[in-house]
Design a binder for this molecule. Structure first.
Ligand code: ATP
Ligand code: ZN
Length: 715
């Protein structure tokens, strides 16, 4: 018997599989073997078995060992598909689906056999506490074992990840929820397009229950575990130990045990971020993609897979149902999946009353683009969503609009979003104009006052805050813009309620984020301030005010997704306010008060936004009407990177495909970069041609120093 093995290496220069003699091993596709490879020993994954080989017998060698844990065969197929789909290599794709390192932890366990005998009082007591772990009583228990009174065996011991425990409250479904559930149960792929707080999670829970009842397994994908502790807790509360958690913050032992529990079928629901799409679940019946618009579903390293696309393939491969849920779905998803609508919030507790704020006599209403004197409209929206007011900041020189200022003072509990961390975005010299830039990347350094440093948000470079300009010696250094750190300091002057700041600077330690979210949830009064992290799916019923500062910051990125991101961020933040019986409202500060994405978000009009956005995409031939593939080359000097991308561009000849570029990108981590973008109507052919062209360039000795990265469906 011959095993075809892909050695797990990261180089692009090697193309397997390679044949090994499999006699003496019980191997199957998905077995993991240690193999001699040239002068080294490597791990490899068996991708197929054969009876014959072209390798001459004297050269044919055998693996040195095989691991007990194996990759399910369908995940081997999935990885090989992914290698092609993302212009990666089989080895890189396979290394994503292999089991985590580690092994089961075992301990000794004692049980009474039912035999009786003469016992001392101490021994009597010992028997009373069984069955249980032997612990420090092992010697005494061994003596009882010798007399046949006790049986001692080795048991594997689960290392359980720590999570928030919540009580389970099962609701009777609303008619809209029931209709959605029925459609999901009937099979196929669906987009659950429900406004924020419409009870999407309850629909996922019921769909999962139905899958379990059919004997099927479930995968639930969430953006980031730390930011979605409530969703995770609700699955655990409903389904207990049949839920396994898969994410990177687990210890090695926990990760191994959770993987193993899924592999053996002891656990049947995997919950986790994007990599949980590779959970080893047999007879998969349902994949849930919560907050499907979230950018974290895209993997940054090679292969640059998109868990949403992989989930769709895996659902197709296994015949599983697929549910992608969001209040702000991507245009792509709306275009390709059948939509189920949850048009209104579920009423929780007493019916929501219109909120009257101290600064605003009379009823608040939906006032878009209005000033403080604009007449208040209706008392509350029929869909239960909070009214949103846009505040024009074009004339303002302060971080907070006077109305925002008053509203924050009047609100017990609020959330403020500013999608920029640090104190100020950049520093410049007032006399010579020098701007402080990263020495390794072409970007400005951001001031972090608490750390007394200026830092690069791309590579992590840090230096001391300059006291004078090193170009002209001037002492006048200007600080431009405001980030979360600065706004926090300003708010502290203003407020006597606790301020919880949530951004990449405050969320470093393990468990810091869920702990901060739990403290904010429990606090009777407080203000949660932070970057987009504050706009995720949190459910804080007593938040009555949501504020977005500098709402057009995401619009200023030159990217066809700028509108989509802006709309989603504002609508999601708005969705955090007014979820309880007290209701609430939202203020959006912006210098682009007429931007369609901002107006649509202020009206909670995702249908209108999607209609216009899809029309715009169609007019400009962007996804979902065309596919994009991005190739980036980088090197420590501009010329090799440029020459390599030109060589690739020259080799790609695909009909119905435009090449945009090559064009230089900004320098990153001391590497000069060039990019080429393919815009294509022949997805398969374009991927294939790109893969070939990049592989050829990677093999070319002239480009030995060049790194290549291919991004299919960049986000
Ligand atoms: N049928 C129901 N009856 C009463 N309450 C419900 C019902 N369904 C869900 N809820 C409650 O309504 C609240 C909002 O639901 P949930 O968090 O599932 O909304 P969501 O659509 O997932 O929101 P988001 O998009 O903001 O994440 C939760 O507290 C949930 O327990
Ligand atoms: Zn840098």
């Amino acid at each position: 018997m011959i095993a075809r093995v892909e050695p797990l290496t990261t180089t692009r220069r090697l193309s397997g599989p390679f044949d090994y003699a499999a006699d003496g091993f019980t191997l199957q596709p998905g077995s993991i073997v240690r193999i001699p490879f040239g002068h080294q020993q490597l791990d490899g994954v068996v991708v197929g078995l054969a009876d014959t080989t072209d390798v001459p017998p004297e050269k044919l060698v055998a693996p040195t060992s095989a691991r007990e844990d194996t990759v399910p065969a369908d995940l081997v197929d999935l990885a090989l598909w992914m290698a092609e789909e993302y212009c990666s290599t089989p080895a890189r794709a396979l290394s994503i689906v292999t089991p985590p390192p580690g092994k089961a932890k075992t301990s000794l366990w004692a049980e009474p056999t039912g035999e009786t005998g003469k016992l001392t009082a101490k021994q009597e007591e010992l028997l009373q506490r069984l069955p249980g772990p032997t612990g420090k009583d092992l010697p005494a228990l061994r003596r009882l074992e010798a007399r046949g009174l006790v049986a001692i065996s080795e048991r594997s011991e689960r290392r359980t990840p720590r999570t928030n425990v919540t009580a389970d409250t099962q609701h009777d479904l609303t008619p809209a929820q029931q209709q959605a559930l029925d459609a999901i149960d009937a099979g196929g792929s669906h987009l659950l397009h429900g406004v924020t707080g419409s009870g999407k999670t309850e629909v996922y829970l019921r769909a999962a229950e139905a899958a379990l009842a059919r004997g099927e397994g479930v995968i639930v994908l969430v953006p980031e575990i730390a930011l979605t502790p409530q969703t995770v807790a609700r699955f655990q509360a409903r389904f207990g130990d049949t839920v396994a958690l898969l994410h990177s913050a687990l210890s090695e032992g926990e990760r191994y045990d959770e993987w193993r529990r899924l592999r053996t079928g002891e656990a049947r629901i995997a919950v986790g971020p994007r990599s949980a799409v590779f959970a080893p679940i047999e007879n998969l019946g349902l994949i849930v993609l919560d907050e499907e618009h979230d950018a974290s579903y895209k993997q940054d390293g090679d292969p640059r897979y998109d868990a949403r696309h992989v989930a769709a393939y895996r659902a197709y491969q296994s015949g599983a149902r697929l549910v992608a849920g969001s209040a702000t779905p991507r245009p792509e998803t709306v275009h390709t999946m059948q939509s189920l609508r949850l048009p209104a919030r579920v009423e929780t507790g007493a019916p929501r009353k219109p909120l009257v704020f101290a600064d605003e006599p009379g009823a608040p209403g939906v006032i878009v683009g209005g000033s403080r004197s604009a007449p208040a409209l209706t008392a509350r929206r029929p869909d239960g969503l909070p009214p949103v007011r846009i505040l024009d900041m074009r004339e303002s020189h302060h971080a907070l609009h006077p109305e925002t200022h008053r509203a924050i003072l009047a609100s017990r509990k609020s959330i403020v979003l500013l999608n920029r961390r640090g104190w100020s975005n950049f520093l410049s010299c007032k006399s010579c104009g020098k701007a402080w830039e990263c020495p390794r990347c072409d970007v400005a350094l951001v001031l972090h006052r608490a750390q007394h440093e200026i830092a690069c948000h791309h590579c992590g470079h840090k230096e001391a805050v300059p006291k004078r300009c090193d170009a002209c010696g001037s002492l006048a250094v200007a600080r431009h813009g405001a980030g979360t750190e600065r706004v926090e300091a300003e708010l502290r002057q203003l407020l006597d309620v606790p301020i919880f700041r949530l951004d990449a600077d405050t969320s470093g330690a393990k468990d810091a984020v869920p702990e901060l979210l739990a403290r904010f949830l429990a606090a009777p009064a407080g203000l949660l301030l932070g970057t987009q992290m504050v706009a995720k799916g949190h459910d804080f019923p007593d938040v009555t005010l949501g504020v977005v500062l500098d709402a057009d910051s995401t619009l200023r990125f030159p990217d066809f997704r700028a509108e989509e991101r802006t709309f989603a961020l504002i609508a999601q933040l708005a969705g955090r306010a007014g979820r309880g019986p007290k209701g609430g409202r939202v203020l959006v500060q912006t210098r682009s008060p007429d931007a369609p994405s901002i107006l649509a978000a202020a009206n909670h009009d995702s249908e209108g936004f999607l209609r216009e956005e899809l029309a715009r995409r169609k007019a400009h031939d962007y996804p979902p009407f065309a596919d994009l593939i991005r190739v980036v080359t980088s090197a420590t000097a501009p010329e090799p990177a440029r020459a390599a991308v030109v060589a690739i561009a020259e080799q790609i000849k695909v009909p119905n495909t435009d090449l945009l570029g090559p064009a230089p990108l900004f320098r990153l981590r001391d590497r000069d970069r060039y990019q080429l973008v393919l815009k294509t109507h022949e997805r398969g052919a374009a991927i294939h041609a790109t893969g070939e062209a990049v592989a050829a360039a990677a093999r070319d000795k002239a480009f030995k120093e060049v790194n290549f990265s291919v991004d299919v469906d960049p986000v």
